[in-house]
Design a protein. Sequence first.
Length: 235
Amino acid sequence: MALIELSHLNKGFGQQLVLNDLSLSLEAGKIIGLLGPNGCGKSTLLKILAGLISDYQGEIRIDGQKPGLYTKGLISFLPEKTYLSPWMRPMDAFDFFGDFYIDFDRRKAEEMLRQFQLDLKQPIKNMSKGMQEKMQLILVMARRARIYLLDEPMGGVDPATRSAILDVVLKNYQEDALMLLATHLIQDVERIFDSAILLGFSQLVMFDEVDNIRQKYGKSVDEVFREVFKCSVSL
């Protein structure tokens, strides 16, 4: 049974249709890349799954249930923009998450904090963008969730740090969980993907295992992505 099941999902903003008749079946135990150009609906899809957007058409089942309190408890969501209060320090954020989420593992969070060489007492407002992104990733990955939704988790960090972040993600990812990771940095990240979803402008372009994509096209997922969307723009 699929952990996430989407059937004929539609979502628009005003006259702009962002997701058009999207159907997907996503199984546990997979890390799936959510790929596509700006404005194609990646962030919108993640917010719908996280229960932050409810005015859509179509059917969604998460562990067999409609989005609600139960499904929110299964999901650990990393939004693209920071949501931490500037006054908070990592120790405050850990206290907050520990009170709010029963599956939050503080020991694991503190271990990741040391790996990223962050100060437990440094205010968020004094952190760089890259440090804040690391901090948010720590909070998300320290939960023993069934589903991880990551929206551009490495947009503000250098290439060397991206590699370190991927290592932390792989080490702390629950193998029986599902991870959906939206990114533009495909070349840096595709090594961890089991499958990839390519979204065009409101529509599904491709959904397949990464090995199948590479074998079929004889190219990396990043190269396939560039060719597919170069053609769509030129048309």
